[in-house]
Design a protein around this ligand. Sequence first.
Ligand code: SF4
Ligand code: SF4
Length: 555
Amino acid sequence: MLKNNYNNVSILIVGAGPAGLSAAIQLKTLKPKLDICVIEKAADLGNHNLSGAVLETKALYELLDSAVPGWQQTDSAKDVLAAKIDKDSVLFLLGKKLAFNVHFAIRLAKMFRLGPGQMIHQGDYSISISKLTKWLGQIARQLGVEVLTGFAANDIILNHSGNLVTGVKLVDLGLDKKGSRLPNFLEGETINAKFVILAEGCDGLVTEKFVEKAGLQRQSPQLFSLGVKELIKVSSEQYKKFGHARVLHAMGFPIWMPLIGPAMFGGGIIYAGLPDHLAVGMIVGADWKYCDFNPQDALTNFKQHKFVSQFIEGGTVVEAGAKMIPEGGYYAIPRDPQTGSIGKGNCLILGDSAGFVNMLKIKGLHNAIESGIIAAKAIDQAFDNCENSAVLFTKLIEKSNIEKEMRSARNFRQTIAKLGPTLGFPLSALGGLLPKFRIEPDYEAMTIARYRLKGNLKFDKDNFTAMAATEHREEQPNHLTILNRNTCVQKCTPTFNSPCITFCPAGVYENINGQVRPANPSNCLHCKTCQRKCPFDNIRWTCPEGTGGPHYKRM
Ligand code: SF4
Ligand code: SF4
């Protein structure tokens, strides 16, 4: 139940991630008396935030310098920004044992001002996005923003002419598995607002409903990747050997072996930052074609590579999780076809929900924060003329670093999606000189090809979800829907052997008596890969009751 008349607010922000909270903080510095409400489906701040993460701090400094005097001296700032990156490695892994340092190629590209030269991380910070989010949420609350966790949004409401958003509807509470009302049933309330900011992160449920209802369009379909990550407690010697403030990115084995093996976009990461812990992950473009592929197999292969294992062997996984990344870049930003605005009328789309990830840098956090700052400025300027706020927001974005970066990387991911990594990576250096490729949504890339590097590897998905501490109320309706079960039986299982069972990182899908079902919805990590990678576009992810999902603390 909403308290203090939060059914009517001036500003409603959907999603308490870095983008939404930055907008809230900046708005409070511009208009201290403004009533601002942020709703977040996670049980607590940061619980649903997972990223590498490397942070460029310019936008964060701009935000906090004006909002929190002396913020750099606070314990939270020192904790979140504890690891300024001093060593930045890029490797090419050849087979299970060999590793070649190719960072010189990145430096060379930088020297010649070629796109891949942006992939330099020295001077940035290796951080936990969960911690960053928690900290920003605390600052927002101290400034008087109402940040409500455990409140899941289900729909967005437009006025009759479809040019203004009037509010957002929350998920119904107290339904049983069949959808019948329990004695404690509470219909999802509607929060009416003068301005609505959508900052739900990647593939946001309400954002995508808004895109459809408001008729926004993308020039090119959004492309995604799936990232699976583990935080591993290692020995002090291993941590020291790797380096306290080092980040490492690896291409090649086990997802790209030119001419002889798999060819997928992505790679492995190892990030230091938290003492005696290493974040180890695998990010794979969701346009993979192997019907039996699971990024967790690739993560296991990566961890067993001779170069990687020296740093983590004998370590203990203390946290784990999975999340998608929006990679389509500039051409995949949803815009109003009439005005070109990112959003429409009084509704603005920020951060990963808009797709502000620069894949040449493999970073989007700085753009998420900057988009929050810009949204606040746009709303401040258009406060008495709210129907113009999305247009103004877009104009300010076009003058910002976000536009510059997104344009510079505009063909990168499409080039590799079209040509594959072996040809696409070198050609992507030409960046803007290349034509705009027509590409398909990720799910259409699936073929009957198999991923051959499985060996005897067995990934324990139950253990993985336990490390994400994911949970949902068991007796609620299943939030995962298979649209047509006949498609599974008659088309998918005979052709592709039901890939959802393999690729879902939480083992949600099972074949029970010949029928594929989302049998374990309470394990769901909210990564939404299934609705983007089912080869027949046959799965829909809906939002479960608030507080459900993972409980990330240091991801
Ligand atoms: Fe295949 Fe999709 Fe059915 Fe799973 S839900 S079996 S991936 S069609
Ligand atoms: Fe991700 Fe879908 Fe599996 Fe949930 S069910 S963890 S959203 S792939």
